[in-house]
Design a binder for this molecule. Structure first.
Ligand SMILES: *Cc1c(COP(=O)(O)O)cnc(C)c1O
Length: 355
């Protein structure tokens, strides 16, 4: 409905992805439960398209630009990108990105599906020298969970000058902080599961792309690999997006407050925060076991994996076998939610006593 780019994000979060405005029209898109459609024109078959997906896709496109495709999870979206690369294609990726991607890429590298060059994304020279002859640069910034920030402007423009495809996982920063398509990237990926949907009740992923030909290839990957989202999940994600801007701004304000408190607490040896967003990683003055005790000792913050929901969550990332060994054993990743900031700090303070 609204492709007017002069609107602000908190407005188009609300106006986008609605049915056409006319007398008697419903406000919200329906949950389209159809595996097939009558012949003649239109979507054809339920794996090819769905009106509820389309509404969500237009809302995400308002934020990221380009055209969007939604998938059954963030990993499904990521897998669609890797699936269009030729066998053995050289790919440059972060050495401590999202653990699911790292695990997938290690497997691809070992099997010869892709030749993966893992780099420190904060080291421009290292990334740029790895780019030589690469088919794609896959970046996450800030990285999960170390919150390292890559120099996206330089890396994207350098890769594009070398004619290398660039895909950015924008899950942590969100389009309220950075818009990679505008910086020249080819693909922007989201785990919609996180900040966009925002209520820890749905798994979904998205890809936004500027080039129609690339959009077609990725759409074919979705059609024929079959990683399509459910219509109800798409409806839930769109409903969650209505408050995305409000939630993100509140969570970010909370995060900034908590970071200030943490920096003054001797029980915390290092705070990692890029200066924006709602993710904070910190190392406690203690070992892995002490970090586990802290995560178990909170009462408002839930000890659980995942992030980007209205509720604050934390966990020691190295409790997962697949987490990169670059991540310190005593690092706790906190996803800051929308609770009251003083309540959150009081909860953290009392949990830190468990060290
Ligand atoms: C969660 C996450 C993913 C994977 O998304 P799912 O929806 O869980 O499949 C990818 N990248 C980042 C940065 C994530 O946090």
């Amino acid at each position: 409905m609204s492709s007017d780019k002069k609107l602000h994000p908190e407005t188009f979060a609300i106006t986008s992805g609605r049915p056409i405005s006319q007398a008697g029209a419903s406000l919200n898109v329906d949950i389209s439960l159809n595996s097939t459609f009558q012949a003649g024109s239109g979507l054809g078959y339920g794996r090819y398209g769905n009106d509820t997906w389309s509404a969500l896709e237009s809302a995400i496109s308002e934020f990221e630009g380009g055209q969007t495709l939604v998938f059954s999870s963030g990993m499904a979206a990521i897998s669609a990108v890797f699936s269009i690369l030729p066998i053995g294609a050289p790919l440059v990726a972060s050495n401590q990105g999202y653990s699911g991607v790292m695990t997938l890429l290690k497997g691809f590298h070992e099997s010869g599906r892709l030749e993966v060059r893992f780099v420190d994304v904060t080291d421009n020279q290292a990334v740029i020298s790895a780019l030589k002859g690469a088919a794609m640069l896959w970046l996450e910034s800030p990285t999960n969970p170390c919150l390292d920030v890559a120099d996206l402007d330089t890396l994207i423009s350098t890769a594009k000058k070398m004619n290398i495809g660039v895909a950015i996982d924008n899950t942590f920063a969100t389009p309220l902080v950075q818009k990679p398509l505008e910086m020249g990237a080819d693909i922007v990926m989201h785990s919609v599961t996180k900040f966009l949907a925002g209520h820890s009740d749905v798994l979904m992923g998205s890809l936004s792309v500027a080039d129609p030909a690339l959009h077609k290839r990725l759409e074919d990957a979705r059609k024929f690999n079959g990683a399509i989202p459910g219509p109800f999940e798409a409806w839930l994600a769109l409903r969650g997006m209505r408050t995305f801007v409000l939630r993100f701004e509140k969570a970010q304000t909370n995060a900034k407050y908590l970071v200030e408190q943490m920096k003054n607490d001797k029980r915390i040896s290092r705070v990692r925060y890029p200066g924006f967003g709602a993710m904070v990683s910190f190392e406690i003055a203690g070992d892995a076991l002490a970090a586990e005790r802290v995560c178990d000792a909170s009462s408002i913050i839930t000890h659980a994996t995942s992030l980007g929901g209205i509720e604050s969550l934390w966990e020691r990332r190295r409790r997962w076998e697949i987490e990169s060994h670059v991540v310190p054993e005593n690092l706790i990743r906190l996803s800051v939610g929308c609770e009251n900031q003083e309540d959150l700090w009081a909860d953290i303070e009392s949990a830190l006593q468990a060290i």
